[in-house]
Design a protein around this ligand. Structure first.
Ligand code: NAP
Length: 246
């Protein structure tokens, strides 16, 4: 039976992962900002067979609460076998360009607060010398595009942080998988004009994440075809890339 800590448990992708783990009888410590939605998810997981679905309200931008959350997790869940870190926002790029305070706040939520949270989580897993840390970044971090470079740069920082952290934790027998989804139909992307055939469901992405955790994959592009798309996009030279309207 696995002990699973999920931060950002109200995310559609995280909830879809949790549903699959609940069917395997996992125990959960669920962390998110919206208490009401969090309790609905805990009840759903308990109904699907989870023997424990404890909850803790956390705004990840409140860095002072990170240690308290981990203390409660240790008391209620015990040592985690899997930690899934999912929080994120999709900033309004125009608003970030117009107002530096918006840009800094969005960068903080998507990069600084997540990195702050990963620091004590990494120390915990390193000390217990086992576990898998799964961190949701994005394909957007592979290249800075004019339409969303605030979000992309935050995810790039997170991906680079995870690459270094993976190599550090490897020596302690702890695995880190960086998850890079493409377009996923979730509340984050609702109403955006996305190219239909490239949009995956949260359930499909969750299946890939659950498998990647089991197989201890280093970097997961999900669905798989995003590894090819990003290989091409990363290879476009700057003199062409800067002319594109992506
Ligand atoms: N959907 C996509 O196309 C896509 C693509 C690539 C990567 N991703 C990444 O996948 C992850 C999950 O996103 P999703 O698609 O499942 O969207 P989602 O359902 O909107 O989930 C986003 C989650 O982030 C949480 N969150 C935002 N700010 C927070 C804060 N300050 N403190 C605590 N929680 C906070 C939200 O909590 P509240 O409900 O309280 O706001 C929500 O649970 C994110 O990291 C996102 O960047 C998504």
């Amino acid at each position: 039976m696995k002990n699973i800590l999920i931060v950002g448990a109200t995310s559609a992708i995280a909830h879809a992962c949790a549903r699959q783990w609940a069917q395997q009888g996992a125990r959960f410590f669920l962390v998110a900002r919206n208490s009401e939605r969090l309790q609905q998810i805990a009840d759903d997981l308990a109904a699907r067979g989870a023997p424990l679905a404890a909850t803790f309200r956390l705004d990840i931008d409140d860095l002072a609460q990170h240690a308290t959350m981990l203390e409660r997790c240790a008391a209620e869940l015990g040592a985690p076998d899997i930690v899934l870190v999912a929080p994120g926002t999709l900033p309004d790029q125009a608003a970030c360009q117009a107002d530096a305070t918006v840009a800094v706040r969005e960068f903080a939520t998507n990069a600084v607060s997540v990195i702050a949270l990963l620091t004590p989580i990494a120390n915990l897993l390193e000390a217990q010398k086992q576990g898998v840390l799964a961190v949701i970044s994005s394909v957007a971090g592979d290249r800075g595009r004019p339409s969303n470079y605030l979000y992309g740069s935050a995810k790039a920082a997170l991906s680079a942080f995870c690459e270094g952290l993976r190599a550090r934790l490897f020596k302690a027998g702890v695995h880190l998988v960086t998850i890079k989804p493409g377009f996923v139909a979730t509340p984050m992307t609702a109403g955006l004009p996305l190219p239909g055939p490239l949009v995956a469901t949260a359930d499909k992405v969750a299946s890939d994440i659950v498998k990647a955790v089991e197989k201890r994959k280093d970097v997961l592009y999900t669905p798989w075809f995003w590894s090819l798309i990003m290989l091409i996009i990363r290879s476009v030279p700057q003199f062409l890339f800067k002319r594109a309207s992506l």
